[in-house]
Ligand binder design. Structure first.
Ligand code: HEC
Ligand code: HEC
Ligand code: HEC
Ligand code: HEC
Length: 459
């Protein structure tokens, strides 16, 4: 009895140790990793990524098919319904279409009853979820119309953050472990707690409160003057800055070189244009939190609040979820222009119309990466545009459709991008003006437009 039970305990311990070891190791990235050039050769501007991590990340970022288009004429929603405060100007048909889409994006199981109590009139505001949703619609419209310096024409919808969940998967709360809360135990400066938010490093784990909320601190290591006249640039502040930078890299699935020329982190000259986009993103995230989400705190039930009574807030990962562009740059807003100020057709037009800045779109047969005559003509067009303006760089992204094996799709998408690159260089476009984008594939729909390479004018 004794013997067998101790053997049993030993087995459990061994199993626990094995689980602990695999949990630890899962933090490391098993080689081989892949790299793509992201700037001039010899400058170390290289993006490193791991294809095994990229595959699940990509599947997290597949967009749902748009709902069929409906007429935008006819009576307005405010003429038909009683309590439409935000979407009053859209047609009643578009309003209903949007309600159906919102249900799928935020509450696929409960559908309408998640925001409208069954048996009650739809105009009632009795459920807090409806009150939050109304503000979220305004927030989404503000992001899409006022923050194009960050979200461009791609924009966001509820799906960008929610992805079929009531609560977005990536949010942040203030930490109860913050130094102010643990004074009695000594001030650890908010460090050494191995939080996942800072890659388990000993960096401050509650840095976002200093940067992505009200009363933000300056994001810099170096003081603006040679001597510390009034500025408090210190090692501790540098550590907080690095926490934010770890979060930004992790949230976008990129390395520091995506936004910095590592010769000099502080210098803007020579840094990739993505750094400017990120600068606007920081200001946008602050506004989302302070103007829209934090004021909703009293509306949320206590169970939804964090350990210090604050509401779940947005960071870079809330939208990006590990991708350099949320949903790898696919614009769902084009199909739901009511959530922004974007004009144009609604409905299943996404795959047909290339996004702005696209110099060309090369299509491929299923499973193939060789260039057809039509593909070569399309490449010719892009070569002309590149030759006419020496400041144009061509960014290449390969795509596959949804069908087939993920690893094979990754290879296929890369091979397609490489085939186009080789055709460009053969036509005389210098390699330095071609930017192979990481990741080099996105899973599109199952139609012919998904099997493609986009040639995009890079800044
Ligand atoms: C995530 C929350 C949410 C879900 C899910 C949702 N709605 Fe709504 N609904 C709202 C909000 C917010 C408004 C008010 C919009 C405004 O003020 O502009 C609204 C308003 C309405 C109105 C107008 C009522 C009136 O007379 O003022 C109708 C009708 C409606 N919804 C139908 C539906 C239907 C049908 C579904 C399911 C297919 C649905 N809603 C799902 C949030 C939701
Ligand atoms: C920029 C990201 C973002 C976008 C875009 C966004 N939301 Fe949210 N939403 C959040 C965050 C953050 C919360 C708070 C989550 C929590 O409490 O865990 C939230 C909460 C909610 C809740 C309350 C959920 C609950 O169960 O407590 C509803 C309802 C909601 N959002 C609806 C919407 C609708 C409808 C849209 C589109 C019109 C939308 N959201 C767009 C980030 C976003
Ligand atoms: C997505 C883009 C992006 C990524 C990735 C990124 N940074 Fe930054 N970094 C910025 C921006 C933008 C600023 C300036 C922020 C501001 O002024 O509001 C900045 C500022 C800094 C600063 C402060 C420079 C000064 O003026 O003192 C340092 C240091 C820095 N980053 C280091 C890093 C490191 C190390 C990494 C990788 C772990 C990294 N960054 C990843 C965009 C990025
Ligand atoms: C509300 C959602 C949202 C949030 C929050 C957000 N972003 Fe973005 N970001 C986007 C969208 C959408 C795009 C794509 C714009 C486009 O297609 O050009 C984007 C693009 C970018 C790009 C440009 C990528 C490229 O290759 O051109 C960078 C860099 C970036 N975001 C950094 C950040 C950082 C850093 C944060 C946090 C401080 C952040 N973003 C927060 C929605 C968001």
């Amino acid at each position: 009895m004794m013997k067998s039970s101790s053997g049993y305990i030993r087995r459990i311990c061994l199993a626990a140790a094995a689980i602990a070891a695999s949990a630890l190791l899962s933090g490391c990235e098993r080689p081989p990793v892949d790299t793509v050039q992201h700037g001039f050769r010899g400058t170390g501007m290289v993006q490193v990524y791991n294809p095994r991590i990229l595959i699940p990340e990509t599947y997290k970022n597949v967009v749902p098919d748009p709902l069929p288009a409906v007429p935008s004429d006819g009576p307005r929603a405010r003429e038909v319904y009683k309590n439409v405060q935000v979407l009053g100007d859209v047609s009643a048909a578009e309003f209903t279409r949007l309600m159906v889409a919102i249900s799928a994006w935020v509450a696929p199981n409960e559908q309408c009853s998640y925001c409208h109590a069954p048996g009650e009139d739809f105009s009632s505001d009795s459920m807090y979820t409806k009150v939050v949703a109304r503000r979220m619609i305004q927030m989404t419209q503000a992001i899409n119309s006022r923050w194009t310096a960050h979200v461009s024409q791609t924009g966001v919808t509820c799906y960008t953050c929610h992805r079929g969940n009531h609560n977005p998967a990536e949010v942040w709360y203030r930490s109860p472990l913050h130094p102010q809360a643990t004074r009695a135990l000594g001030n650890d400066a908010g460090q050494n707690k191995a939080a996942a938010s800072v890659g388990l490093a000993s960096l401050p784990y509650d840095a976002l409160r200093d940067y992505l909320s009200s009363d933000p601190k300056e994001i810099r290591n170096n003081g603006p003057t040679a001597l510390p006249t009034g500025n408090r640039s210190s090692i501790k502040q540098a550590e907080f800055t690095y926490s934010l930078m770890m979060h930004m890299s992790d949230g976008l699935g990129v390395n520091c070189t995506y936004c910095h020329n590592t010769q000099n982190f502080a210098k803007w000259e020579g840094a990739p244009p993505q750094r400017v986009t990120a600068w606007h993103g920081i200001r946008m995230a602050r506004e989302i939190n302070t103007a829209y989400i934090e004021p909703l705190t009293p509306v949320f039930p206590a169970a939804r609040l964090g350990p210090t009574g604050d509401v779940a807030k947005v960071n870079c990962a809330t939208c990006h979820q590990g991708a350099y562009k949320p949903l790898y740059g696919v614009s769902m807003l084009r199909d739901y222009p009511q959530l922004g100020r974007v004009t144009g057709a609604t409905g299943a037009t996404r795959a047909a119309a290339p996004p702005p800045g696209v110099l060309g779109r090369v299509l491929f047969d299923t499973g193939r990466s060789d260039l057809s005559a039509a593909a070569k003509a399309e490449i010719e067009k892009a070569v002309k545009a590149a030759m006419a303006d020496a400041s144009v760089k061509i960014a290449l992204s390969g795509f596959t459709d949804r069908t087939g094996n993920p690893q094979a799709n990754l290879d296929l998408a890369r091979n397609r991008a490489v085939a186009v690159r080789d055709a460009l260089t053969a036509a005389g476009v210098p390699v330095a003006r071609i930017d192979m984008r990481k990741p080099e594939f996105v899973i599109g729909g199952a139609d012919a437009n998904s099997r493609r390479v986009d040639l995009v004018a890079a800044r």
